[in-house]
Write a protein that binds this ligand. Structure first.
Ligand code: SAM
Length: 258
């Protein structure tokens, strides 16, 4: 689908997009516009690494919980469902939730191939900052490349704490800025100059999504900032894994038993 117009103007992106009062609706219209080519762009522009980062997320949660078999896991901001599917494939009872219908539709159509779609794998409309689930109803909550796009990450993390059972695990996968100046130079060249051009062409995008992407990473919380919000919500055992030269970070945290 080619979208009707820009979700982000160059002027808005020059400022901090996270401070934009219409961030939620702009993010939603942007993902509606790029949904059909979202997976293809991910694979091409991460050289397939995006799936390896999601697989690492699944392994680290399994390490914390013992096993994923029959564990109830909520994948927030699930988009087209790549992480939700991996959680399901690892044996979990996986629920993907997102607030962009176009992304959820793709997730659902990809999942119809699974025999127990609708039972052990399901997708629902869900807002990360206002989850319609009972307290303590999940063994794990995941969010991959989603927290940066949420209007209030602080509110979302407090919601993740609420819906997790005591002892449950939170996993946040998000882009990061490489520490090494050398890596950072080439990484920035790629994410700020090459990728916005090629991804925009592939998606035939007019929303500005692939210009928003590097800008939203540069202006977002560091893993340490995410950890501070998690600690403030009550999480403990907060741990980071830096992935692929620091271009991505996985933050894990546990809801205390008492
Ligand atoms: C970059 S995509 C990530 C999708 C998927 N998790 C992945 O690994 O590819 C970000 C997703 O966050 C969703 N999103 C942003 N804010 C949200 C919110 N408040 N509640 C639910 N989903 C949200 C968008 O609709 C979009 O599908």
């Amino acid at each position: 689908m080619t979208n009707v117009g820009p979700s982000w103007t160059p002027d808005q992106l020059q400022r901090d997009p996270h401070a934009n009062p219409q961030k939620a609706t702009r993010v939603q219209s942007m993902f509606s516009a790029i949904a059909p080519s979202y997976d293809l762009n991910n694979r091409i522009h991460s050289f397939g690494l995006d799936q390896s980062w999601r697989r690492r997320t699944v392994r680290e949660i399994a390490n914390r919980l013992g096993s994923l078999r029959d564990k109830k896991i909520l994948d927030v901001a699930c988009g087209t469902g790549d992480l939700t599917e991996l959680l399901y494939a690892a044996g979990a009872n996986a629920t993907g939730g997102d607030y962009t219908p176009a992304m959820l539709e793709i997730a659902k159509s990809k999942s119809r191939k699974f025999s127990d779609f609708g039972l052990r794998l399901r997708y629902l409309d869900a807002d990360a900052t206002q989850l319609a689930f009972d307290n303590a109803s999940f063994d794990a909550v995941t969010i991959a490349f989603g927290l940066r796009n949420v209007s209030s990450p602080e509110k979302a993390i407090a919601e993740f704490f609420r819906v997790l059972r005591p002892g449950g695990t939170l996993a946040i996968l998000e882009f990061d800025q490489p520490r090494s100046k050398f890596v950072r130079f080439f990484h920035n060249l790629y994410t700020e100059r090459v990728m916005p051009f090629t991804a925009t062409l592939i998606a035939r995008d007019r929303s500005g999504a692939y210009k928003y992407l590097p800008r939203s990473v540069a202006t977002f919380l560091s893993p340490q900032g995410i950890a501070q919000f998690a600690a403030a919500s009550g999480f403990e055992r907060i741990q980071h894994h830096s992935l692929t030269f620091g271009t991505c970070a996985l933050t894990l945290a546990t809801r205390p038993l008492v």
